[in-house]
Design a binder for this molecule. Sequence first.
Ligand code: ZN
Length: 411
Amino acid sequence: MSEKYPQLVSRFLRYVKVDTRSDEDSQTVPSSPKEVQFLKDLAVELKEVGLENVRTMKDGYLFAELPSNLPDGQGTKVGFISHVDTADFESEHVNPQEVDNYDGHSVLELGTSGFKLDPAVFPNLKNYQGHDLITTDGTTLLGSDDKSGVAEIVSLIEYLIAHPEIKHGPVRVAFGPDEEIGIGANNFDVAAFDADFAYTVDGGPLGELEWETFNAAQAEIVITGQNVHPGTAKGAMVNALQVAIDFHNALPEHDRPEKTEGREGFYHLIDMAGTPEEAKLTYIIRDHDHDTFENRKATMTQIADQLNKDLHKDRVALTLKDQYYNMGDVLKDHQEVVDYAEEAMTDLGIKPITDPARGGTDGSKITFLGLPTPNLFAGGENMHGRYEFVSKQVMEQATDVLLGILQKAAK
Ligand SMILES: [Zn+2]
């Protein structure tokens, strides 16, 4: 349907039919041979489209380059990055449904599954009056996260090669695995990628521009109890499960995901298991503010110390591990990277939405590896499940934004 990017939609439809779900239980990166195969096929396609220096890097990342066509052959080097894996939801036999010219209020049947996209449940549908939508058939996810990003970047390159009159500096592209299980970008080779800055094209609806993320850590608490027959336990038993409850209750009650929003951080208990003999708690800690993030970790340490003091023995062992950091702390010194994206959107009549992300992106990691990398919208809605959908027009607008950024950076 897109006249400007004739292959954009067909490419997207082709990609989503390939199962590339990542595997949290795998010990390898990429976590699944399905991702390896997709990246292999994508490498062939990138060469056919005309990208140069197409190569597979550590951990399966596919890198490629489009040289500058500026008179001096130089210019600002801009990177675009997407991930090929899909989330932890049914991903075999994706059967995309096309809904042309959606009226913005009808209930959409998802194939014959009985599941429906209902504007009463998903008010975001009302933003899509007149759009051509792609939905699932109700039995799988769609995989717009992040195959819309992949299709947009490849279609952008195709457009640039077909339109040599559009001047741009060196363009770098990267497609990687395992974003959904949080490990794909851990070893992103910033030096080999050789960009001045980059963008992940992995955001949601029109206008999304994320340059602030959470700081993130995981906490594991292992509690060693002292089990005694309950009939004669008085003064002798230390029930590890009770200590675990005490630990949890010592955390501020409000600071939980279900009670926070905006810039409020939290402690999120994600796993608890145990017996009177031994108990284990796992939390994720999230906060946009660096100092508050550090204070949250310190609070956990204090609680563990206090419990050990009260129990007269080191029964509570806390292990804290940082996961990623707020890229805003780096990007505030590289505001031009955010400005290019904001201006490109504004020029296209798109209102940039810059709310801080209540999560992380591959860009949070890549930014701290030394390459400033905010996140741009790719178009997907209701991601990670059967209600996922994307608008063809928004995918085209996302591609226009990438084009606009390149043109701004070339000036
Ligand atoms: Zn994604």
